[in-house]
Design a protein around this ligand. Structure first.
Ligand code: PLP
Length: 392
């Protein structure tokens, strides 16, 4: 069982564990924040890496034929998506990719739409390059989030050039349906907008939900979409910063590659390439087991809250190893909530506020850890609630 034992990650230059003081002002919190998991990568990946590391020279690498082949096979197998090798551009991570997309496909002063509460680097990718951030907040209804199409249509002007979509959605855990994606895509097509579709969580989806890459919906949508995928969340190998960006439209692809080429971003790195190939070729059984464990962790936290702390509301995620906790019933200010969770419950969660509009009163919890840690975290939270009585 891969989740049965907590592996000590302290002093491994690990952002999640070794930056606690900087992020939370104390080391004394259980780290349930940044989105990587506390579980070992698949054995096949570790074996391939060991084999490569054993060779003592780590010079420049190339992408061998099987690098592209393994991506093509994975996308076909997971999403019945047939891509061509030339559509793939490698980038050192997906944050890089959506920044490059904004820089190469929009002009300063153009408007770019994002749908908060959403992954915070989306905001900076727009504003850091002098583009105008326009928000189309998701609608929250009975614990589930939906796209507000009417609001979206109202926000689009002649200056709106791009929409950055997060699907599956971090932090709210939605996997948008074919109908939702089609309606969204139609609006973008009608308004000559490019879609940057961040699908980094595409493989972590719970039955009966199914991820549909927006580019597979129609040839028209494929022609305006930059799809961003990676093995990083799927196989817990984000540290290798290796992702695949799929762009079918040659003109868009060449514009995108203007920067990836000039900055030499697309070569990958020797270990990242090895990890990607092994993960996509051999990692599927590991992923299936991991999905079961993640789902049981999700059920554990939701059931625990329902039973012991019902004033915390959690919508069941359709994807991701992230829970979006609604604390608004406590009636605390956001600062009070943050201090309560750090100082009294001693939990290091991601602050809802950083996800933009709709994030106040929420916190994101990463459940990609072992059950022992989650049990400890929930007990600490319960004890703090009983001792300090926020409205519950
Ligand atoms: C939606 C989303 N996009 C991108 C990233 C980061 O991608 P990368 O590490 O490949 O830059 C994350 C990480 O949590 C994420 O949740």
């Amino acid at each position: 069982m891969i989740f049965s034992r907590m592996i000590n990650r302290y002093n491994t230059d690990c952002l999640k564990f070794d930056a606690l003081e900087e992020v939370f002002g104390t080391k004394d919190v259980i780290p349930l924040w940044v989105a990587d998991m506390d579980i070992p990568a698949p054995r096949s990946v570790r074996r391939a890496l060991r084999r490569r590391v054993h060779h003592p020279i780590y010079g420049y690498s190339i992408h061998p034929e099987c690098f592209f082949k393994s991506i093509e096979c994975w996308l076909k197998d997971q999403f019945d998506w047939e891509i061509k090798r030339e559509w793939i551009t490698c980038t050192p991570g997906i944050i890089t990719a959506f920044n490059v997309a904004v820089m190469t496909l929009t002009e300063p002063g153009d408007e770019v739409i994002v749908q908060p509460p959403v992954y915070p680097p989306f905001f900076d990718a727009v504003t850091d390059h002098g583009r105008k951030l326009v928000t189309n907040p998701l609608k929250y209804k009975d614990g589930r989030y939906f796209i507000d199409f009417e609001d979206l249509k109202k926000k689009i002007t002649s200056k709106t050039k791009m929409l950055i979509l997060c699907n599956p959605h971090n932090p709210v855990g939605r996997v948008f349906t074919r109908e939702e994606l089609t309606e969204l895509g139609d609006i973008c097509l009608r308004n000559n907008m490019t879609i940057v579709s961040d699908e980094i969580h595409a493989d972590i989806v719970y039955k009966p939900y199914q991820h549909i890459p927006i580019a597979t919906i129609s040839p028209e949508l494929a022609a305006i979409t930059i799809s961003c995928l990676a093995p990083s969340k799927t196989f817990n190998i984000a540290g290798f910063a290796t992702s695949e960006i799929i762009i079918e439209n040659k003109e868009i692809r060449e514009k995108f590659r203007y920067i990836t080429k000039s900055l030499h971003l697309s070569h990958g790195n020797v270990l990242g390439n090895t990890a990607l190939i092994a993960a996509y070729k051999f990692g599927k059984p590991w992923l299936n087991r991991t999905l079961k464990l993640l789902k049981s962790n999700i059920d554990y936290v939701i059931n625990y809250c329902n039973e012991h702390i019902p004033s915390i509301h959690i919508g069941e995620p359709e994807s991701t190893f992230l829970l979006w906790l609604d604390f608004r019933e406590w009636g605390m200010t956001h600062d009070e909530l943050t201090s309560f969770l750090v100082e009294k419950a001693k939990l290091g969660l991601s602050d809802g506020i950083i996800f933009g509009e709709g994030g106040e009163g929420f916190m994101r919890m990463n459940i990609g850890t072992c059950r022992w840690t989650l049990k400890k975290a929930m007990k600490q939270l319960d004890k703090a609630v009983r001792a300090h009585k926020p409205r519950s």
